[in-house]
Write a protein that binds this ligand. Structure first.
Ligand code: GLY
Ligand code: MN
Ligand code: MN
Length: 443
């Protein structure tokens, strides 16, 4: 692992340890493999909170953090340890079939985590005698319940006897505190998201040249993903939406298998991941390279909401205020175009909120609302969010003139909140209607 990455994860462990305090212990489970069918598994994806703290990509691993120290036997002697990574044991046969395992003896050198043992030893920590020494246990319960295979077997006694341990110490899910940390990105993370965004924008600008009537949605998907992979994007950030015509009105359309026709719009919501960090982009293009008048009217309203919201972003602004601003612009735009009789009906056509945080997850697993006296709604420097207003008119909306039906438009950018304002990480991607038409002229 490169030194900047090592330093990043180390700083996350230090930050989280400080948050939980010396009387607590944290047991953070890594993911396990998932069966897809028969003897085939899904591509392994590490749990993101575990990744955040370790950067380690093997299944069946568990991180223990004990900021006040934990007594654990090392070579027959009790030692006081503050961080331990439990990993899969080396196994020549399994490694021949499924790939190399780091093994516990190389953890410190490779990952910079102080101590490591094979995962079969984790029950020594997950028993009541051990846990009763702490006043609080943080773990990732929601994810623990979904574990499979080796880890599930190894921690079986813990899950079976949790009700006996539970009254002795306070047990909390670590996801909330880790989510609060994850909401504010470090420079290391901002660079990764920036890389993911750059790969994605390059792919769109290139793929745009191939959008024309007769092309299938899956061909556009393939071109984007070829570009991501070719340029170092190690995964897609989410299942892509390549939606022509009325498919654009299905928010999570994912069949991506229809031949697009002249006169329709094509909505593409697809993006690359880079080193586990996501970007998230949507653009909407006219299939034949020229917007109809009606498509252009809707496009300009959505674009205005996108641009005005981005302009407003700075620390102290509330995410919910951006949502209200977007709703106001979309409402006024449709009202002026004669498409909205009652302003209250806007949600029927705008459907979703203005955006979300992005990071290790595309919809980043961070708290983002204001509840009671807890405010996770106000933006801070280091937040990275999407701005993605949209308008959708299905073929069934009889109250809308026919020429406006089967139109779905969403325009989505990735915005870093800086100390003084914001930076659009997807700035280099074409967005003005006129520019799109020029770029598609020779398709
Ligand atoms: N790609 C999912 C979203 O835009 O939220
Ligand atoms: Mn999004
Ligand atoms: Mn998206």
């Amino acid at each position: 692992m490169k030194s900047d990455q090592k330093a990043f994860h180390k700083s996350r462990r230090a930050g989280f340890s400080e948050l939980i305090g010396k009387d607590s212990v944290a047991v953070i489970f890594g993911n396990t493999t998932r069966n897809k069918s028969y003897d085939e598994d899904y591509k392994f994806k590490q749990y993101k909170n575990f990744y955040y703290l370790t950067g380690f990509l093997e299944p069946n691993s568990v991180l223990v953090l004990a900021p006040g120290g934990i007594q654990f036997p090392v070579n027959g002697k009790q030692k006081t340890l503050t961080e331990i990574l439990f990993v899969q044991k080396k196994d020549a046969l399994m490694e021949t079939w499924n790939g190399k395992r780091l093994g516990h003896s190389d953890v410190r050198r490779e990952l910079g985590i102080q101590n490591s043992f094979v995962n079969e030893e984790i029950p020594q920590i997950l028993n009541s005698r051990f846990l009763r020494r702490f006043s609080k246990l943080y773990t990732n319960f929601g994810e623990m319940l979904k574990l499979t295979n080796d880890t599930k077997r190894i921690i079986n006694n813990f899950t079976e006897t949790l009700n006996i341990i539970a009254p002795a110490l306070e047990i909390s899910d670590a996801s909330y505190l880790l989510g609060k940390m994850r909401a504010v990105k470090t420079n290391y993370e901002i660079n990764k998201i920036g890389e993911a965004a750059e790969i994605s924008t390059g792919a769109y600008n290139e793929t745009l040249k191939s959008v024309r009537p007769g092309i299938n949605e899956f061909s556009i998907q393939a071109m984007l993903e070829y570009y991501y992979k070719y340029h170092g994007g190690d995964d897609i950030a989410y299942h892509p939406i390549v939606a022509s015509g009325e498919n654009a009105c299905i928010l999570h359309y994912n069949a991506n298998n229809r031949q697009m026709k002249s006169g329709e719009l094509l909505l593409i919501d697809s993006a690359s991941e880079y080193n586990y960090y996501c970007s998230d982009i949507t653009r909407t293009f006219p299939v034949n390279g020229k917007f109809t008048n009606e498509q252009r009217i809707i496009y300009e309203i959505v674009l205005k909401a996108n641009k005005e919201c981005i302009k407003k972003i700075r620390p102290g602004v509330k995410f919910s205020d951006l949502d209200n601003l977007s709703t106001k612009i979309l409402t006024e735009g449709l009202f002026k175009a004669g498409l909205l009789k009652n302003k209250k009906d806007i949600k029927k056509y705008s459907l979703h909120g203005i955006g979300h945080h992005i990071g290790l997850d595309t919809h980043d697993a961070v708290p983002f609302t204001k509840t009671g006296s807890t405010d996770n709604d106000t933006l801070k420097a280091g937040n990275v969010i999407t701005i993605e207003p949209g308008l959708y008119f299905t073929g069934n909306m009889k109250e809308i003139p026919v020429k406006f039906r089967k139109i779905g438009v969403r325009i989505e950018d990735d915005i870093l909140v800086t100390k003084t304002g914001s930076i659009n990480l997807t700035e280099s991607m074409i967005k003005e209607a006129a520019e799109i038409e020029i770029a598609m002229k020779d398709n």
